[in-house]
Design a protein around this ligand. Sequence first.
Ligand code: CA
Length: 512
Amino acid sequence: MRSLFIYTICIFCSVSPLKSIAQNVKRPNILVIFSDDHTNQSISAYGSKLMQTPNIDRIANQGALFTRTFVTNSLCAPSRAVLLTGKYSHVNGLMDNGPRRNFDGSQVQVQKLLSKANYQTAWIGKWHLVSLPVGFDYWKILPDQGNYFQPDFIEMSKDTVKHKGYVTNLISDFSLDWINKRDTSKPFFLVVGEKATHRNWMPAVEDLGAYDEQQFPMPENFFDTYEGRTAAHEQDMTVNKTMLIGDDLKINVNFDKPGMFGRLSADEKIAYKNYYAKIGMEYEKVKSDSIALIKWKYQRYLKDYLATAKSLDRNIGRILDYLEKSGLADNTVVMYASDQGFYMGEHGWFDKRFMYEESLKTPFVIKYPHHIKPGTVVKDLVVNIDFAPTFLDIAGVPVPVEIQGKSFLPLMTQPNKVIPWRSGMYYHYYEYPQPHKVPPHFGIRTLRYKLIRFYGPRNEWELFDLKKDPTEMHNLIHDQAQTNTIAVLKKQLVVLIKEYKDKDALEILKND
Ligand code: CA
């Protein structure tokens, strides 16, 4: 009787409500978990032996693992702007984490396009763009980098409210709460913006010391002398010299001083003081021996970083569990990516920025039940400009021509089909000199080669053969045997620069 009633109403409608409801049922929810400085070398799905990440692996096992996902500009704020716009930094206007970080929210963004297509949209957690979110139905964001303990969140009312707890747990709490209270008549698009695993790597109290029993092998190129690579030689991001014994490794710090440590609750402070007092005794034993100290710093860096990642992975598990228990999992795309990769001691470094593999890459796994076959591996060159158009493609929304990325939906849903795809990706980094003295550079990465042009304080090229030299130790730019390869790559680079309309890069090459 009820269906007959609906039918009777609908025959008078110009657009059938039944049809539009049916479309909504088919269109999946899109849940994006977007972390910070979390890198492939620390994820077991990518073969890491440093720690187990069972919940990130769970997404990969139920869906697809992308092995060659790259960012356009390896920094926090620029990567978030790329996620929102599907455009390079020189087009979306957000170039660095410094003075050029004020995002123009009036431009076309993925959430606005999804919203027009009847998606309910939200961003919860780290945002890191100076201007407030525009075009989301709901947002609740950390101011700037945010804090690990008792963090402030900016509400839509623009009030800043301090919350009790650990940031990764709180971001999950707020995200699940929003999903639970959302308008269930519409599909949703939610970005869970994680603070973890950003410097200064403060683990949840329950994870303090989680990896203390492990000794981590140092990367073979930890003691890199940077021969033939001037920019790498001049950076300021080494575990040895740049990493701070106090703020980073938490030795001999005043846990009562205002700021990130002062935010610990009374109980948390006791746990932190006790734990790092013990670690401080280790430091006393090694501090006078420079080599022993470097090796100890490396171990401590990894122990704090991985313990911070442990909470991140556990919280991803909470989100996945919730989707399963609530019956949403079957119709929800879940993706996990970071804003870029990070150095786990390779070249002696922490941090990111360089176009070298560890920071050019980002982890990226995604599941889309009934569309991606579990255990799919995609090796194509995917770039973070492709995320936004892929979300639109999944939602059945046409991708505006101004978006520079390309939907990779066919790569993961039809992995055995030959699909025309890019043979090289373009990169451009700007922030200099502070905070880590990495000169600006742009370049191209193909399946086999990487050609980089540094500029500003350095006018130099670098060429790497990733097949023969995967850790990028040998700059082949002056190798006569590479003349043809260099000429071909330079041509390909110019094609990409023109395609992406990077006038500044083109100008630099004109003067070469
Ligand atoms: Ca970052």
